[in-house]
Design a protein around this ligand. Structure first.
Ligand SMILES: [Zn+2]
Length: 416
C-alpha cells in the first residue's frame, strides 16, 4: 500500500477548497446557495460531481433516488466495498461546506490514490447523497436511507410546496423509483460507511484542533409541555394568590437548563415558548414550550427526560398549576463503530493532531446506516461553529489535514 505523495502537503486542501467554491456556484437561486433535492441545481451539481469522479478514476452512475455513486475498483476484484460520502443538497441560503466537503474530499482522496497507482483490497464507492436536509419533502436522509435499505416507501408520496410528489420529481429527474428497494446495498458486501463533515459546532475551534473523531450521533427526544394556570388581572390579584402559567414555565425552563448543565454528554433546549392570549396587563393563564433533549448516550437522555418530567411536575404542584409533558419524537443515538473510530483516531494522530473524540449533536447521512453496516465520521473545524449560513467556513489547511487523515485511514484499513 503506497501512501499519498506528501511533497506538497497543502495542495489537496487548496484543490478541494477551489472545487467547493465551484460547486457552491451551482444553485437554484441567483446570488445565494440553495440546492434542493431533485431541483435544477441538484441536476447540475450531480453532473459536475459525476465528471469529477470520472476524472478521478471512478465510474459514476446515478441510482434510483438520485444519489451519484462513483466506483473505484478493488485491487484484485475483491467483493467488498467501502463507502465514502456525504450530501450535495443544501438548506436555503446555505454555506458551501455542509455536505459538499465530505463528497469533494472523498473524490480528491481517491483521485490522489488513483494518480499514485494505489488500489485497495476493497472497492471504494464515493456517494453524493441527494437528499439529506429534508427541505423539499418532509422526511430527511432519503438518499442514505434508500442505499441502506431502510427507506420508507410511503415517503414517495410526500408532496413538496410546489405540489409535486417525491415520486413525480424522481421520474422527472430521470430516476426509476420502482428500483429503489432492489438498489439497496447488500450488508455482507459493504465493508463500512465513512463520512467527513464540518463539525457545525464550536468544540474543535475552541480547543484549537483542525479535526476530530465522532463517537456517536446524538439520540434525540422532542416534546412539548403545556402549563395551565389561572388568568387574572395584573393589578388586582395579590402575588401569593396567583397561578401564573408563564412564571411556572420560566422556572421549568431554567430547571431543564440546569439538568443538562449538570452533565457533559447532554444538551437540552427550550427553543420555543408561546403564551396564548397574552397581554401586558394579564396574568398568563396558559404557556406552552418545546423541549429538545440530545445525548450520545440513550441511557443519559432517557434518564434526563424522566428527571425533567418529575421536576416539571414538582414545580407545577408547588405553584398550583398543571403541566403536561408529551413526547412527540424520539430517535436513539447512532453509535460509530469502535474499531473504525480507533483507526480514524490513529490516522489523526499520525497526521500530527491530537485525536479528540466528540459526539455529533446534528444528524448526518451516516446515521441511516446504524444497525446495518459499521460507520465512522471525521469532523472538520468550522469557523465560529457557524453552519446552514453563507458565513460557513472551513480553511484549506484544515481540509488538507482531513484529506490526509482520510487517505491514511484508507491505507490503514487496506493493510489490515
Ligand atoms: Zn450536512
Amino acid at each position: 500500500m503506497r501512501a499519498m505523495p506528501a511533497a506538497d502537503p497543502g495542495a489537496l486542501g487548496e484543490t478541494i477548497a477551489a472545487r467547493l467554491t465551484e460547486l457552491a456556484a451551482v444553485s437554484d437561486e441567483p446570488g445565494r446557495l440553495t440546492r434542493l433535492y431533485l431541483g435544477p441545481g441538484h441536476r447540475k451539481a450531480a453532473d459536475l460531481v459525476a465528471n469529477w469522479m470520472r476524472e478521478a478514476g471512478m465510474t459514476p452512475r446515478m441510482d434510483a433516488v438520485g444519489n451519484v455513486v462513483g466506483r473505484y475498483r478493488a485491487r484484485d476484484g475483491g467483493p467488498l466495498t467501502l463507502m465514502l460520502g456525504s450530501h450535495i443538497d443544501t438548506v436555503r441560503n446555505a454555506g458551501r461546506f455542509d455536505g459538499a466537503l465530505g463528497v469533494v474530499t472523498a473524490i480528491e482522496v481517491v483521485r490522489a490514490a488513483s494518480k499514485a497507482g494505489t488500489r485497495y483490497p476493497f472497492a471504494i464507492e464515493v456517494i453524493a447523497f441527494g437528499d439529506e436536509e429534508g427541505v423539499r419533502f418532509a422526511s430527511t436522509l432519503g438518499g442514505a436511507r434508500a442505499l441502506a435499505g431502510n427507506f420508507n416507501l410511503h415517503a414517495l408520496d410526500e408532496v413538496g410546496e410546489d405540489g409535486v410528489s417525491r415520486r413525480q420529481a424522481l421520474v422527472a429527474f430521470g430516476c426509476n423509483p420502482s428500483r429503489l428497494a432492489e438498489e439497496a446495498l447488500s450488508p455482507d458486501r459493504a465493508l463500512a460507511y465513512v463520512e467527513v463533515h464540518i463539525e457545525q459546532g464550536p468544540v474543535l475551534e475552541n480547543e484549537g484542533l483542525p479535526v476530530g473523531v465522532v463517537t456517536a450521533i446524538d439520540g434525540v427526544t422532542r416534546g412539548t409541555v403545556e402549563v395551565d394556570g389561572i388568568a387574572g388581572h395584573a393589578g388586582t390579584v395579590p402575588m401569593p394568590m396567583r397561578k401564573d402559567a408563564l412564571a411556572a414555565a420560566a422556572e421549568m425552563l431554567l430547571a431543564v437548563e440546569e439538568r443538562a448543565r449538570s452533565r457533559s454528554n447532554l444538551v437540552a433546549t427550550v427553543g420555543k415558548m408561546d403564551v396564548p392570549g397574552s397581554a401586558a396587563n394579564t396574568i398568563p393563564g396558559q404557556a406552552r414550550f418545546t423541549l429538545d433533549i440530545r445525548s450520545p448516550s440513550d441511557q443519559e437522555r432517557v434518564g434526563a427526560v424522566s428527571d425533567i418530567k418529575e421536576t416539571i411536575a414538582a414545580i407545577a404542584q408547588r405553584r398550583g398549576v398543571t403541566a403536561r409533558l408529551s413526547v412527540g419524537h424520539e430517535v436513539p443515538a447512532a453509535i460509530c463503530d469502535a474499531g473504525l473510530s480507533d483507526q480514524m483516531a490513529q490516522a489523526v494522530e499520525s497526521c500530527g493532531v491530537a485525536p479528540r473524540r466528540l459526539p455529533s449533536g446534528a444528524g448526518h447521512d451516516a446515521m441511516a446506516f446504524d444497525g446495518i453496516i459499521p460507520f465512522a465520521m471525521l469532523f472538520v473545524r468550522c469557523r465560529g461553529g457557524v453552519s446552514h449560513n453563507p458565513k460557513e467556513f472551513a480553511s484549506p489547511g484544515d481540509i488538507d489535514i482531513a484529506a490526509r487523515v482520510l487517505s491514511t485511514f484508507l491505507d490503514r484499513i487496506g493493510s489490515q
